[in-house]
Design a protein around this ligand. Structure first.
Ligand code: BJ8
Length: 427
């Protein structure tokens, strides 16, 4: 970190000693996992810098934005429309956490057998380790899985600033109506929090910014279809994780610069792994920063991860939002429709997801798919069986993995992944 941010962290009420310890662990993990990679694109320098300042410069930017009257809105799910937050001049920050932190404190509010993602965001807050949570003016939860739904009750008590959107679990007419109403209520809530009106012009600008970000992420995804892969799965995962908290306009520009470089690499047939290296696609639960565990195991075993069918991945940017609206009301309906195309496992039925996985695997020329579910993430664990059966029908190699954020099962994971890669090579 380039500056001493202790005063800022103190003002935010962080536990300075514990926070220093956390940053030391993360810096070392980043060096071991990321900076040790060979032949990285030089444009990754920006994203390395973002990580080095993740609790420093970015937090300082948020505090400055707040001084200018902007509101910082924290989210945990891609169902919360970033467009609406930008339309009230707000800053949207993803709060999902991917490290095993503060589990004991979290378990005073939620059961031990809760998924690591939920335990982590509660643990971070209770241990005084998350400057993002402390910076937010509003935290938006949503009724997707049961774990989150109930965790937000506890988190609301702890933070005093949680608002919950109801996400339906089916996509019938009545559900669509409910969701349209939820979008309208959320727009009202944001206008009240920010003391700003949402106008057609503001919305149009916001939709453009978010669409541009999604287009850049799509561009990155398409480039990963090349063999040799021009970028590692680890780096692509990191970029997707950063997309949830970086300034969207700057992020898009930097990602497009990286994609320009990747296009040159593709022309020169330069890759991060030899041509013909096994190509693995991941499907399942989201991998919040700094959860790099499975990618590190797969790429450490000689394969390359070519895509993530997950919310930190393709599910987040697959669909753009139509920009051709004339009124705020029309735009709100279009936002509701776009977001209800998301194929999260919280829906029943959720057969679109099976098709989307196959389309994606074909596009990325994946040799096999690893379904990744966080332990106790019932919806993705359950759905992995349907995914496995559907891929079997198409003779696509498949491996089911359930794990959490601890490093205890790394050896076991490696053994299973290596056996899977051997199987792929033999196909
Ligand atoms: S749209 S995947 S971001 S809900 S890992 S907390 S599901 S038990 S994160 Fe998600 Fe929105 Fe769906 Fe995406 Fe629950 Fe599973 Fe934990 Fe999860």
């Amino acid at each position: 970190m380039s500056t001493d941010y202790k005063e800022m962290w103190n003002d935010l009420g962080l536990n300075i000693d514990a926070h220093d310890g956390l940053l030391a662990v993360l810096t070392n993990a980043y060096k071991d996992i990321y900076l040790s990679q060979k032949n990285r694109p030089s444009a990754m320098g920006y994203f390395d810098f973002v990580i080095s300042e993740v609790h420093g410069l970015r937090i300082e930017e948020l505090i400055k934005a707040k001084e200018l009257g902007k509101k910082v809105i924290g989210t945990f799910c891609i169902f919360v429309p970033e467009e609406l937050i930008l339309a009230v001049d707000g800053v949207c920050i993803g709060l999902c956490s991917g490290a095993e932190v503060g589990s004991d404190s979290a378990e005073t509010h939620i059961p031990r057998n809760t998924c690591a993602l939920i335990k982590s965001f509660i643990g971070f807050k209770m241990s005084g380790l998350c400057p993002y949570v402390e910076t937010t003016d509003l935290i938006v939860g949503e009724t997707t899985c049961d774990g989150k739904k109930k965790a937000y009750e506890a988190f609301g008590k702890i933070t005093g600033k949680v608002y919950v959107m109801e996400v339906p679990h089916k996509k019938d007419d009545a559900d669509k109506l409910l969701w349209k109403q939820e979008i309208r209520q959320f727009a009202e809530k944001l206008q009240a929090v920010a003391s700003k009106d949402i106008t057609v012009e503001k919305l149009r600008q916001a939709v453009r910014v978010v669409n541009e970000k999604r287009l850049a992420l799509q561009r990155l995804s398409n480039l990963r279809a090349n063999d040799p892969a021009p970028i590692s799965g680890l780096d692509a995962l990191l970029i997707n994780q950063i997309s949830f908290f970086d300034d969207p306009v700057r992020f898009t520009a930097k990602l497009n610069e990286l994609c320009d470089e990747l296009e040159l690499r593709v022309k020169a047939a330069t890759g991060v792994a030899p041509k013909g290296a096994p190509r693995v696609m991941i499907a399942g639960s989201p991998m919040a920063i700094p959860n790099w565990k499975l990618h590190a195991v797969i790429e450490g075993s000689g394969a390359v991860v070519v895509g993530e069918e997950a919310c930190v991945g393709e599910r987040n940017y697959r669909t753009l939002l139509d920009e051709t609206f004339d009124t705020v009301s029309q735009a709100l309906d279009m936002i509701a429709e776009r977001y209800l195309t998301i194929d999260c496992a919280c829906f029943t039925p959720n057969d679109d997801r099976l098709d989307n996985i196959k389309i994606m695997a074909e596009k990325l020329r994946a040799d096999g798919i690893i379904h990744y579910a966080l332990l106790f993430c019932t919806i993705y664990m359950m759905e992995s069986y349907k995914v496995g059966n559907s891929l079997k029908e198409h003779d696509i190699p498949f491996l089911r993995i359930e794990t959490d954020y601890s490093l205890e099962d790394m050896g076991q994971l490696k053994t299973r992944v290596e056996a899977f890669l051997e199987m792929i090579k033999g196909v």
